[in-house]
Ligand binder design. Structure first.
Ligand SMILES: NC(=O)c1ccc[n+]([C@@H]2O[C@H](COP(=O)([O-])OP(=O)(O)OC[C@H]3O[C@@H](n4cnc5c(N)ncnc54)[C@H](O)[C@@H]3O)[C@@H](O)[C@H]2O)c1
Length: 535
């Protein structure tokens, strides 16, 4: 954290006047409640001597309340009054404010009781104090909005309320998951539904619908079957969506090599079209599934500001899409790019073209696994943790995640392929490991510090747990034949033939969005992509 910033874009210079104003309000609340109770007590028939009451309250205020009142701004800060709060909807603002004010007051009363060991404050003063701190902190902010409204003369407060209504509506509107029927999406959709979200799944079911069939007809689940290259289907899917998660792609180096033309359309041109349609519909929150393979081959630990050196067509399409997203970013469109580590683990759409899954399957069925080179590093992440990462970003305030790039993974899950093989050998006893040299030198270790620091994201699943689940799925017969083309993107596409656009007009629209690529800067990026940097 920089010393000039609290969190997000708020600087201390902006926050200190607000902290000071809140401290003044708390003191006014304390003095008002003391004065009210003093007046009340001196007016009762058996009333206390006003001078004695004044002296007691004065001593309490100067010796006890004044030093201990520093607690209030600290609690307010923790509740996000000076940073996160500012992006919230009106309803959420009011909730956060009154929660923060109540917790701070109760903590203060408890602290004051512990420190002073005496009951300075009668119950009536305490109650009045809790109420007044609430009224003053909330009231002052409402008043400020109304004054701004009057000054501006065009309804700033009304606009805030309208914006709040729009935000609340967006929160309640469905999350559109494009490509949600795949390996990651089939888990993510279930997770979102389990969290009470409305989910609209958009997919062309390249690999079938088996992974999501049990969701059909569920409340809060909507299905839109369509190709992300077809403008009409995409417009219909985006219409009314509150946020978008874009997972649709031809995934993996071999699959993209199998059909480069389709990969360029689906992974890049369709992403650009989706961006434009999202902007046209006022969808601000857009989460894009990118890949840590954008870093290519490097000995250094890569973070979000590292240079991008994609060494495959697949990774190249991800770099280009990231650029398109960052170029499209503005005050009303705030995309977040998630660069995923290499995924492993069991899913409703199993994939055995991913290194950990494939090696585990080979160990279980054939008792032998082959490692090429072996010393190259890769970052790994369990598929359930990937889904959790998307949920975290989806729920995070937009001023924190909007326009940002996050590596999604966990530093504890950077492994060499030889280490992965050793773990598999331990869990599938008797496995023989063969080592072969080949020219694939993709080697990268990735830092996941930013997502841990800003969103408190850490992986809950270990490599061992993922391998053990897969082993059991194989042993129990759940996976009969791991070589089935359904579980391998490239094999499946090879068998299915070209994934050309269905209609001539789609091909033309895609050509238009791909063509713009040539007008951009060189695709391979020796510089990091630019996004608002938080230190
Ligand atoms: N799995 C990984 O290791 C990994 C790693 C890094 C990034 N990613 C990214 O995560 C995303 C999801 O990956 P996955 O592993 O779930 O892949 P997947 O191949 O299992 O799923 C892709 C989904 O996209 C859909 N799709 C493909 N073309 C489409 C089209 N033209 N129109 C509509 N839908 C279409 C497919 O039907 C499928 O459901 C991808 O963008 C991928 O690049 C995955």
């Amino acid at each position: 954290m920089s010393i000039t910033r609290i969190f997000g874009e708020t600087t201390w210079r902006q926050a200190i006047p607000r902290i000071f104003a809140d401290l003044v309000l708390v003191h006014v609340a304390a003095l008002t409640s003391l004065a009210a109770v003093a007046i009340w007590q001196s007016l009762t028939p058996s009333g206390a001597d006003p001078l004695r009451l004044y002296a007691a309250f004065r001593r309490f205020y100067l010796e006890s309340f004044l030093p201990q009142s520093a607690l209030f701004p600290m609690v307010f800060l923790l509740f996000g009054f000076y940073h996160r709060y500012r992006t919230y909807t009106l309803a959420n603002k009011l909730i956060v404010l009154s929660k923060g004010a109540t917790v701070a007051t109760l903590l203060y009363l408890f602290l004051s009781f512990l420190v002073d060991r005496s009951d300075h404050l009668s119950r009536s003063v305490s109650l009045a104090f809790v109420l007044l701190v609430n009224v003053f902190t909330v009231g002052a902010r409402l008043l400020k909005m109304l004054m701004r409204d009057a000054q501006a003369g065009y309804g700033a407060f009304t606009k805030t309320v309208e914006a709040a209504v729009v935000h609340d509506a967006q929160d309640k509107a469905p999350v559109l998951v494009v490509g949600g029927a795949g390996y990651i999406g089939s888990i993510l959709c279930r997770k979102l539904l389990a969290q009470g979200k409305r989910v609209r799944l958009f997919d062309s079911f390249v690999y079938g619908d088996a992974a999501v069939r049990e969701l059909f007809g569920q409340p809060r689940f909507e299905l839109r079957i369509g190709d992300c290259r077809n403008i009409q289907s995409v417009v219909a899917a985006v219409s009314g969506a509150g946020s978008i998660i874009d997972l649709a792609a031809i995934v993996g180096d071999p699959a993209c090599e199998q059909d480069r033309a389709a990969a360029l359309e689906i992974n890049y041109a369709a992403t650009r079209m989706l961006i434009e349609i999202a902007k046209g519909h006022g969808v601000e929150r857009f989460l894009f599934a990118s890949s840590c393979s954008v870093y290519g081959e490097t000995e250094e630990l890569c973070d979000e500001r590292s240079c991008l050196r994609p060494i495959s067509f697949y990774a190249q399409t991800k770099v280009d899409s990231e650029k398109a997203l960052l170029q499209a970013k503005d005050g009303r469109f705030r995309p977040t790019i998630l660069r995923l580590a290499t995924v492993f683990g069991a899913s409703y759409r199993p994939r055995f073209d991913l290194v950990v899954n494939l090696l585990t399957a080979k160990a279980v069925r054939e008792g032998v696994i082959t490692i090429y080179n072996g010393e190259q590093w890769r970052p790994f992440i369990h598929v359930a943790d990937v889904a959790e990462g998307f949920v975290k970003v989806l729920k995070a305030p937009l001023d924190v995640v909007g326009g940002q790039i996050y590596n999604v993974g966990d530093s504890r899950l950077n492994y060499t392929l030889s280490q992965v093989a050793a773990v598999i050998q331990k869990l599938v006893p008797g496995t023989k490991i063969e080592q072969i040299e080949n020219p694939d030198r993709r080697n990268y270790r990735v830092s996941f510090e930013k997502i841990r620091r800003e969103l408190n994201f850490v992986c809950s699943m270990t490599l061992e747990q993922g391998i053990e689940d897969l082993r059991q799925a194989m042993v129990s017969g759940q996976i009969a034949d791991y070589n089935d083309p359904r579980y391998h993107n490239q094999r499946y596409l090879k068998a299915a033939g070209r994934l050309a656009s269905q209609q001539e007009v789609d091909a033309q629209v895609m050509a238009a969005f791909s063509a713009a690529l040539t007008n951009q800067q060189a695709l391979v990026s020796d510089t990091p992509l630019e996004f608002p940097v938080r230190t």
